[in-house]
Design a protein around this ligand. Structure first.
Ligand SMILES: O=C(O)CCC(=O)C(=O)O
Length: 213
């Protein structure tokens, strides 16, 4: 891996064809986006899912949307009901939807209507290893990934897990969008800073919007 590439907080940094880091795109709405999280997690709480092979995921997660990503001993999939509550996931708030659509459009993907939003929560010791998002039926739509709270390093790899990943420092309000020729690129998250963010406390949150069905 290379050392971190620092994004200017107001510029668009191309990562690869079809992929861009929109520095500060959600900065103005960051607080309002964070304000939605307690209401959503009161319906579907954060939890550490398990995987078929590797035990407990370090990242705490829940979903909002018509469907949500789940992992357990049976594997990865999307499902309409939260397995913890047996009820539907909370709806995607309008402010989330609007931001995701605007970020996608800014990156060149018009008319993005996500049906799933994974809400990830990290502390300073949490990482998400390189992976591809491949459980969605619709691979034509882009992925929109919003960083909130503490800064971290977003890992941007290639089409193979063996490809060298480049680290991009992502800050509160940064948005990464990838689709088209980059849709199946490996990516991950590393190096969450220690400390307290004025709005998010000791956490980094991430909203990942996808069209899954
Ligand atoms: O937290 C991030 O920035 C990345 C999240 C991610 O890759 C995922 O949820 O699949």
């Amino acid at each position: 891996m290379q050392p971190d590439l620092f994004s200017d907080s107001r510029t668009a940094v191309p990562l690869a064809p079809g992929a861009v880091l929109l520095g500060g795109f959600a900065l103005a709405e960051g607080g309002a986006l964070l304000d939605e999280i307690p209401r959503l997690e009161a319906i579907s709480p954060f939890r550490h899912m398990t995987t078929r092979s590797r035990g407990r995921l370090a990242v705490a997660m829940f979903n909002c949307g018509e469907t949500g990503w789940v992992s357990d001993r049976r594997g990865y999939r999307y499902q309409a009901l939260d397995p913890e509550t047996g009820k539907p996931w909370p709806a995607i708030p309008d402010i989330f939807r609007s931001l995701a659509a605007r970020a996608a459009e800014r990156a060149g993907y018009a008319d993005f209507v996500p049906d799933a939003c994974l809400v990830n929560r990290y502390d300073a010791d949490t990482r998400l290893s390189l992976h591809q998002d491949m459980d969605e039926r619709d691979h034509d739509a882009p992925i929109v990934s919003v960083s909130l709270g503490l800064s971290a390093s977003f890992l941007w790899g290639g089409p193979s897990r063996r490809d060298r990943a480049v680290r991009h420092r992502v800050h509160h309000g940064d948005v990464v969008v990838w689709g088209g020729p980059s849709r199946m690129m490996f990516h991950g998250l590393d190096g969450v800073e220690r400390g307290r963010h004025s709005l998010a406390g000791a956490w980094r949150y991430n909203l990942t919007f996808r069209k899954a069905r």
